[in-house]
Structures are given as C-alpha cells and as structure tokens.
Design a protein around this ligand. Structure first.
Ligand code: CP
Length: 303
C-alpha cells in the first residue's frame, strides 16, 4: 500500500518484510557511519497534533539516517490556533513539495480521513485510541529479537486497553505473527468488543503473568477518560501495578515491556522497569530501525 494507516491493512508477509528490513537497518545504525542515501530525494513532514517524545524523535532520526529532508510541525506552535483546518494545513505544507506525511492526531481515523483528501503518502504515528502501527511493529521486532520468533509466544497486555491505540495495534500485529494474546485489567478499562478480536480477558494480574512469556504494561490514559468511571490511580496500582515482589514470585522469568511514557509507581515500579527482565529501552532503540524500514518500503510504493 501507498500509506501505513494501521496494522489492520497489513498481512503477515507485509509485517515480516518490515521486520526483516528493520534487521538490516539495525545493523546499519550500529556502524560508525550510521547514514545511508536511500531517501535523499524524499521530503517528509512530521505533523504532530498531540505530544510525543519517542515517536516524534525516532521518526525524525530514522528520516535523517535515510538522508531524507525533514520538516517538523507542532500544532501548538502553528496557525491551527488561528483556525486553519487539518486539510488546509496539510495542503499548505504539501505545496512546499513534500512527499510523505507522518501524522499524530488525537482523533481516531484522522490518517484515513487525510488519505482521502490529500495527495501524499501518509504514515500514522498514532490516531486517538485507534492505531499506532509503528509502535506495534517495534514491539513485535523487540519480542522477535529476544526470543528469535513471535509465533507461539504468549503476550499479555495489561492496563488501560479501552483508551489505548498501542493495545489494538499490538493485538492485530502479534496475532498476525502467530502469538497468543490476552488482555488484563479492570472491566471498566476493557472494551466490550475485545472478544471479537479473539482475545481472552484475565482480570487477575498474577494469573495473567503466570500464563505469559511477555507482559506489556500500559499507562492509564487519563487524558482520554472520564475519571469518575474508573478506579483511582491508587486502587489501580494496588490491583494491577507490577512490582518486584510479584515479578519474583512468578513460576518463570517473563519479559517486561512498556511503550512509554511510564508513570513510575502506578502501572510499574522502578525496580521492575529498570530490571534485567525489562526490554523497555530496547523497544525505543528498535523504534528507529523499524521506522527506517517502514519509510524505506513506503518510498518504493510511491504510486
Ligand atoms: N510510545 C509512544 O508513542 O511514546 P510517545 O507518545 O512519547 O511518542
């Protein structure tokens, strides 16, 4: 496809090709000369309508490692504050001869909407509580790097599944690669449609952790929820927070993941986040190689 809007649009072979291409780029960026000329004729605009640290910086670094020209747009410091629409904003940026748009937006479906109205390639860097495809790809890459394969692995996603784009993209991606996925959290944070995705729900954290090989601990997305309907952060942390005592009491050594940003002491304690079982910073490192792979493969699909 011309765009990367969601994992929903990818098949197993597409995902495997991205991961294999990312293997090559990971080797490249570990060399003394980290840069390749692959995208030197491409101009990319990073358009962020929502805050980001990891996604924004790793896309920019991926683009620079591929020798693309890069411009960055943050809605908060732009003319959006004067009333300019999304389509006008993007069309004005495109008239500066931009080939590709990497967009984060608070509304689900913003990337699909844009793809129908503008003439450029679009990469979804997170759209509301819908999809975050490059996060799922870097998570799959990190599991594959740790275990050699994703197929057959048992992954539990813990926390605020209802408001999480990371959860949906991870479920779709891991299942396409042959992993078994469960979710764990309070009923109020689990979407009602979860069973239609072939995902089982476990409300008991200890049982979920004893079942899995990998636990992906999500942040409570306070910015997307009406707090009065949910357990307080203290209650959540008591029932679903992962600490060293729980981790050490499990039957086997599991791997801990987190997409970031971490709320230390809520969904995970520092001694777990910083433990040798945690691959949280490997996920961030792998984000650059995976995003290089996505941009490189999309640039070859320009038509
Ligand atoms: N994981 C992730 O999307 O982090 P940022 O919001 O900082 O980009």
């Amino acid at each position: 496809s011309k765009h990367l809007l969601g994992i929903k649009d990818l098949n197993t072979k597409d995902i495997e090709l991205i991961l294999e291409t990312a293997d090559t780029f990971k080797d490249v960026i570990n060399r003394p000369i980290k840069k390749v000329p692959s995208l030197r004729d491409i101009t990319i605009a990073n358009i962020f309508f929502e805050n980001s640290t990891r996604t924004k910086l790793s896309f920019e670094l991926a683009q620079k490692r591929l020798s693309a020209d890069v411009i960055n747009f943050a809605a908060s410091s732009s003319s959006v504050s004067k009333g300019e629409t999304l389509i006008d904003t993007v069309n004005n940026i495109l008239s500066m001869k931009v080939d590709m748009v990497v967009m984060r937006h608070p509304y689900a479906g913003a990337g699909v909407f844009l793809s129908k109205h503008i003439n450029a390639q679009i990469v979804n860097a997170g759209d509301g509580a819908h999809e975050h495809p490059t996060q799922a790809l870097l998570d799959a890459f990190s599991i594959r790097e740790k275990y050699g394969d994703v197929a057959g692995k048992k992954v539990v996603i813990v926390g605020d599944i209802l408001h999480s784009r990371v959860a949906l993209s991870n479920i779709l991606c891991l299942q396409k690669l042959g992993a078994e996925v469960k979710v764990c959290g309070p009923t109020t944070l689990i979407p009602k449609y979860i069973h239609t995705l072939g995902v089982k729900v476990e409300h008991d954290l200890r049982k979920a952790l004893n079942w899995c090989d990998v636990a992906n601990m999500l942040r409570i997305q306070l910015e997307r929820q009406d707090i009065k309907y949910f357990p307080s952060l203290r209650e959540y942390s008591m029932m679903y927070g992962l600490n060293k005592q729980i981790l050490d009491s499990l039957d086997k050594e599991i791997t801990i993941m987190h997409p970031g940003p971490i709320n230390r002491g809520v969904e995970i304690t520092s001694d777990v986040a910083d433990s040798k079982q945690s691959i949280i910073l490997d996920q961030v490192e792998n984000g650059v190689a995976v995003r290089m792979a996505v941009l490189y493969l999309l640039a070859s699909q320009k038509q």
